[in-house]
Design a protein around this ligand. Structure first.
Ligand SMILES: Cc1cc2nc3c(=O)[nH]c(=O)nc-3n(C[C@H](O)[C@H](O)[C@H](O)COP(=O)(O)O)c2cc1C
Ligand code: SF4
Length: 594
């Protein structure tokens, strides 16, 4: 995008920018408001925002180009994005809607009425096929619903006239444990914290053995301790609610039904590390939760649980701002998230230094997952022994799982760590299971020989996703779906991941289309290991996992697609010459390759 020739920004745009800024000065927020109003972010808007915020035009341009929810060309008045996830995606339905409305997938209809495209998992995997229309989720899609959506769009019915039940998203809680079973009375965690004081509060969190629920499993107490001890002008608390890993939706439920505990956990962290300001970074796909979360924050302020002198404690001021992401999975990586909070592209930082010493605006920052903060609030109330009473030596407490795929009862399950995969499969009504993907595409793919393995940091760890695939599934297609996801979501900063994820995706496409050879499989193994070893951040380091696990546990899924055993080009050379044959009017034997 080049800067506009005219430096004059229209009054209408200036007013829109000022209105957006009156709510929040955050760049993502301003761009979102403009995108909503004008259905795209124009060059003029980029210029106006840069001038208004006093930041370089190049920064605004790079942000618009980085996040997939911002567009430089005009979207439809109905802007529809179908999930392409292995659990909550159904692109056949997308093609049907495109056909019904005469739209080419990935584009906007000429009259500007509707645009239809696909997007990565939208966190609705317990509700089968799902889409976003103007940012709002509609779940449980089937052919009948697509027909009704076609009619509603054709008659230009505003969204408020669409069936309201379409927009309500159930929690789908199937089994409860320590956390989901408990109802913390609002403020109780904070009262327990104040009566303990800072050193004992921190001690209690360390003793509980709580480890991060976002995937990496670092000790939460130690993270808070390092941050507290780090020097800085200010300290910050950040709640990572980006939840972009396909198959993961447990934070959606916590934010919907246990948000008080999440805010309470953040406030406890602030008390320990000495922070006055916190952020909740909410994934763009969960924007529909924003009004409810803002209302809750307001009521906590009113109740003296947030803001100045919390619960009357002198010098304990803390408030939380919600920043909404814009469709970039990489922003779940903590340093990329911090960059995004600073109004930049979500490119992971070089670490060390880690966020605990050099985080938001270069200051000591705690970043924790939604579930981690929630657990911390309960630990404050009930004590570390309560938390340690279940789980295993290295994995104390419970884990909330998002279960989806081929099972009778998809939804949310809370288990004590140490539970076997077979137990989980029995509980969710999974039969004839071929494969289980634990921890999302970045996690581990197992076959039936692994069903006796246990959930926990010492064996199978997960940020919260468990996807079930029965015998009817083509595992190669599942793995290909994951490979496409990573190639799409790679931020492009480092070569091993940017190029490697693309080559892995292309390799799988080649095999799936029947042009693969043993050479391609060997190449994918080699490339997968290279991407894993050489990539800059966790995305690249885990992107090849499904392929490497697949080659190990499901070799037949690959081998049965190999037609040739020697070298086979990625495309049909003879077919590629067809155009030349037509131009020269030749179709004799010599004009063909053997
Ligand atoms: C590509 C990528 C995506 C991630 N996405 C998330 C996420 O959505 N939510 C999350 O809590 N952690 C995510 N993480 C892990 C975070 O970097 C970080 O470890 C975590 O937020 C720390 O919180 P915890 O200690 O409570 O787990 C992601 C990591 C990577 C590499
Ligand atoms: S590994 Fe991938 S996502 Fe991570 S920095 Fe490199 S290109 Fe970006």
């Amino acid at each position: 995008m080049s800067p506009p020739n005219q430096t004059v920004v229209s009054e209408q745009l200036k007013t829109a920018i000022a209105a957006a800024c009156s709510q929040s000065n955050h760049l993502l927020h301003i761009l979102y408001v403009l995108q909503q109003k004008f259905l795209h972010v124009s060059d003029e808007a980029v210029y106006g925002v840069a001038a208004h915020l006093g930041v370089p035009i190049s920064q605004v341009v790079s942000v618009v180009e980085f996040y997939s929810f911002f567009h430089k060309t005009t979207r439809g008045r109905y802007d529809i994005l179908f999930s392409n996830c292995a659990s909550c995606g159904d692109l056949e339905l997308m093609r049907l809607l495109c056909q019904n409305l005469d739209v080419t997938a990935g584009s906007t209809r000429a009259d500007g009425l509707v645009s239809i495209g696909e997007t990565s998992c939208i966190g609705m995997c317990d509700h089968s096929a799902a889409l976003l229309v103007n940012g709002l989720p509609i779940t449980g899609l089937d052919i009948r619903k697509i027909v009704r959506i076609t009619a509603l769009i054709t008659s230009e019915a505003p969204l408020c006239e669409w069936p309201t039940e379409w927009f309500s998203v159930d929690d789908n809680i199937r089994s409860v444990g320590l956390i989901l079973n408990d109802n913390l009375a609002v403020g109780d965690g904070l009262r327990a914290m104040l009566s303990r004081g800072v050193p004992d509060t921190l001690d209690e969190i360390i003793k509980s053995g709580l480890r991060g629920r976002g995937g990496a499993g670092f000790s939460t107490g130690m993270k808070w301790k390092f941050c507290k001890e780090a020097q800085g002008d200010a300290h910050y608390v950040v709640c990572n609610a980006d939840e972009g890993e396909p198959g993961t939706f447990k934070d959606r439920i916590l934010l919907h039904s246990h948000a008080d505990s999440v805010f309470e956990g953040m406030t406890i962290s602030a008390f320990v590390i000495g922070a006055n300001k916190g952020f909740l970074y909410l994934r763009g796909e969960y924007r529909y939760l924003l009004p409810q979360l803002e209302t809750l924050l307001a009521s906590r302020r009113k109740a003296g649980l947030m803001g100045k002198k919390i619960l009357g404690k002198k010098d304990f001021d803390f408030d939380i701002e919600i920043v909404v992401g814009a469709g970039a999975y990489i922003c779940g990586e903590e340093s990329a998230l911090i960059e995004s909070l600073e109004g930049k592209r979500g490119i992971p930082r070089i670490r060390p230094p880690f966020p605990v010493t050099f985080g938001y605006l270069g200051q000591p920052t705690v970043v924790n997952n939604v579930e981690t903060f929630c657990a911390a609030a309960y630990i404050m109330q009930h004590g570390s022994a309560w938390f340690r009473s279940i789980g295993t030596e290295q994995s104390a407490g419970s884990k909330i799982l998002s279960i989806s795929g081929d099972c009778a009862f998809p939804g949310i399950y809370e288990y004590a760590f140490g539970v076997s995969i077979q137990q989980i499969l029995d509980d969710c009504g999974a039969q004839d299971v071929q494969a289980v993907q634990i921890g999302g595409p970045a996690g581990t793919l197992i076959n039936s020989t692994g069903f006796n393995r246990r959930l926990g940091f010492e064996d199978l760890s997960t940020g919260g996703s468990l996807m079930v695939f029965d015998q009817s599934r083509d595992i190669l297609e599942v793995i290909r779906n994951f490979a496409h996801f990573f190639a799409h979501e790679s931020c492009g900063f480092c070569t091993p991941c940017r190029v490697g994820t693309m080559l892995l995706k292309n390799g799988l496409d080649k095999i799936a289309s029947g042009h693969g050879t043993q050479y391609d499989l060997d190449e994918m193994q080699r490339m997968g290991e290279l991407v894993k070893r050489r990539s800059h951040c966790g995305l690249g380091q885990t992107a090849a996992n499904p392929i490497l696990d697949g080659l190990q546990h499901f070799p037949l899924a690959f081998e049965q697609r190999l037609v040739y055993h020697e070298f086979e080009p990625h495309f049909d050379l003879d077919a590629a010459l067809e155009e030349a044959r037509q131009i020269t009017h030749r179709d004799d034997a010599a004009a063909h390759l053997e």
